[in-house]
Design a protein around this ligand. Structure first.
Ligand SMILES: Cc1cc2nc3c(=O)[nH]c(=O)nc-3n(C[C@H](O)[C@H](O)[C@H](O)COP(=O)(O)O)c2cc1C
Length: 396
């Protein structure tokens, strides 16, 4: 990110998580209920493990705000890990309890996790030293920061939502959802599915996988609505907004493929079925032209074109299986099933909320890059001026 910067810290069973978000302009009023709602959305979903029953994520703001408004300085946020009290003998940042630590030592790596590669890289005897930071618990800090980015974007009319498109084989191959479909996803439904009719089948599949000690992945679509044309750039490879978005969404734990618009479908067909015709005459407030379709997912040449930005993340099944997977015991170097750590069967609805946060951070960054300014007042003036210029383009 260029104008915004996010650093997170904290271990899964340590005292808590820290997020520091730098680059938010002064004068942004923070809607604390909105931040709390997004954190609760990340915890929700059929198929989550016992941990989410222990945690009640709440953000404590420790810097960068005064009276509920941003100051332009780094925003520091803290989220307590309630589960730490059950782990303080093992995960104290300052006190070493070798006997307790030994009891919880991870010595048989779980395939699909950072356990083995991270242990080898950092030369840690206890793979818990890797697991604790690689855990998706860290994503709570990203969601807190992403909520700030969403609040900023909302000031310019931009909204971001997501929905589960497929879970395992259920819904796989379903067409790319539209904003109207994503907008009606019910946050209280068990899996936040785009197609509610598929939800009972999805729930039954999660229950069956749980009974069998197995896990599931799937896909989740994020749509950013009302995004102005002209964010990102075609001029340099690392300016291209599609690449910047894909990198951010790919960083969501267990996401292994990212699709812009209907890329998978159009890659199987011809050019005449792939692109979005331009409708002469029909223009938006940002000067963008209406399009016949939105297969490009709102991005052409790495620049937003005024259509909805549509991104689908494909998530591998959860790597911790109750029944284990072939692995090695690092004490004996002999074959051993991977160890079990309390785990989810699926976390797709939560992954959607995290992906929304990553999209929000990247879009807010690109908006700041495009219009600039240190205060919300300046930003709003620049935004209006840019829109007016784009609306009158290309007339002289
Ligand atoms: C919200 C969320 C919750 C997750 N919960 C678990 C879990 O309980 N158990 C597990 O093994 N993996 C879980 N994962 C997936 C792992 O974090 C992920 O597979 C692991 O970090 C390796 O992924 P990577 O190769 O993308 O880094 C979760 C992912 C997300 C997004």
């Amino acid at each position: 990110m260029r104008r915004l910067r996010l650093t997170t810290a904290g271990e899964s069973h340590g005292p808590g998580l820290t997020a520091v978000l730098t680059g938010v302009p002064a004068g942004l009023e923070i809607d604390f209920d909105f931040v709390a709602r997004d954190l609760a959305r990340r915890q929700h979903g059929h198929g989550r493990g016992h941990r989410m029953k222990i945690e009640r994520d709440e953000v404590e703001f420790r810097g960068g705000l005064r009276g509920g408004e941003s100051l332009g300085s780094p925003i520091a946020m803290w989220i307590e890990n309630r589960d730490h009290k059950n782990w303080n003998q093992v995960m104290s940042p300052v006190v070493n309890n070798p006997d307790q630590s030994e009891k919880r030592r991870l010595h048989s790596p779980r395939p699909g996790h950072a356990d083995l590669a991270g242990g080898l890289k950092y030369l840690r005897r206890d793979l818990r030293d890797v697991l604790e930071r690689a855990s998706a618990r860290e994503s709570a800090a990203r969601v807190a920061a992403g909520a700030i980015a969403k609040i900023l974007l909302r000031r310019f009319g931009i909204e971001i939502k997501s929905g589960v498109r497929s879970l395992g084989p259920v819904g796989a191959g379903r067409p790319t959802p539209t904003w109207a479909e994503i907008d009606q996803v019910d946050d209280r439904s068990p899996l936040r599915a785009v197609d509610r009719e598929l939800e009972p089948e999805m729930v039954a599949l999660v229950d069956r996988m749980k009974a069998e000690g197995d896990t599931l992945g799937g896909s989740v679509t994020v749509i950013a609505h009302n995004v102005p044309a002209g964010l990102g750039s075609h001029v340099q490879w690392d300016d291209k907004l599609d690449g910047r978005l894909c990198r951010a969404v790919m960083s969501v734990p267990a996401v292994k493929a990212v699709e812009i618009g209907s890329a998978l479908t159009v890659s199987n067909g011809s050019g005449s079925e792939a692109h979005d015709g331009i409708e002469a005459g029909k223009r938006g407030d940002d000067g963008s032209w209406a399009r016949t379709t939105n297969r490009a997912g709102g991005l052409e040449g790495g620049v937003t074109n005024g259509q909805d930005v549509v991104i689908t993340a494909y998530k591998k099944p959860i790597s911790t299986l109750l029944k284990g997977l072939p692995s090695v015991d690092l004490d004996t170097l002999k074959a051993h099933r991977s160890q079990y750590e309390r785990s989810d069967v699926t976390a797709l609805p939560a992954a959607g909320v995290i992906a929304e946060s990553m999209v929000a951070l990247i879009l807010a960054d690109a908006l700041l890059e495009k219009i600039g300014g240190d205060s919300m007042t300046e930003l709003e003036a620049h935004f209006q001026a840019t829109q007016a210029l784009q609306r009158t383009w290309p007339s002289r």
